[in-house]
Write a protein that binds this ligand. Sequence first.
Ligand code: ZN
Length: 341
Amino acid sequence: MRGVVMHAPGDVRVEDVEEPQILKPTDAIIRLSATCICGSDLWPYRGADHLSGPLHMGHEYAGIVEEIGAGVSLIRPGQFVVGSFFASDNTCEICRAGYHTSCIHREVLGTSGAAQAERMRVPLADGTLVATPDAPSDVLIPSYLAASDVLGTGWFGAVAAEAGPGKTVAVVGDGAVGLLAVLAAKQLGAERIIAMSRHQPRQQLALEFGATDIVAERGDEGVAKIKDLTDGLGAHSVVEAVGTQESMMQAIRSTRPGGHVGFVGVLHGVELRGDDIFMTHVHLHGGPAPVRRFLPQLMDLIRNRTIDPGRVFDLALPLDQAAEGYRAMDERRAIKVLLRP
Ligand SMILES: [Zn+2]
């Protein structure tokens, strides 16, 4: 079958790779209906992550179950399913508390099953996968695919930031996760949603997802603008969806005392000094989003067409053109690229 392999920074190829196999009784094999390129795939692509060898890419997936191991009882062949980028058992004490990405049995997808391919192996299938009650219409597939990571991650960012009725929510970052954090804040009932973005097409999508204000400034000026919009206090809730030192500090400094930062951008080289945090009275909560916690709810919202998160995909390519997809995202010509196997 065909699969995407990164050989070195900037060197992505689609080549013949081994068919996935059931390795454990709890595994399932799915045939991808669609997959996509993640903002986090750009870290190794740009050389920010060390590559120890060829890397099979992809951790966002939606597709049809083809085969299950002998120990799988809840998921059946033929079902359309969505799962998250970490496999989880959904039964351990950490999962039951809603932190599936720290499941005591978690497995990282992409290492044990790469999604930018025709088929993939999903470990812990009963805990990891959520099935739709019927086969979805083709037009909903991009939205279900978004639920696999970027929607679930933006949603967790908004929940971790305690977005809700009466709150002013600011979102740092205008990638797919940031834009979907705007959508999440709107669904969670936020009163005012400030999207921080300098890019016109992304500003437009943020407004369509529910943003009430756009702030194009960054750093000190961005913080000053948020304070201007909030009686000098700062936002109640700030979602950090980038992962750099500048964006993290911008998020913390844009938050009012007693407010919450939900940080979901994968952190790279961020150092926080105790002195910078102690005086702020800001709550920090984040990490790899426990998408599985939210999947049943998000998939229902997609199925009944309350939300349309698939709109973040502004470029769709055949899997064989994945290299062009990586270039388009790297050069910010595309917000997010969907790949059709
Ligand atoms: Zn668990």
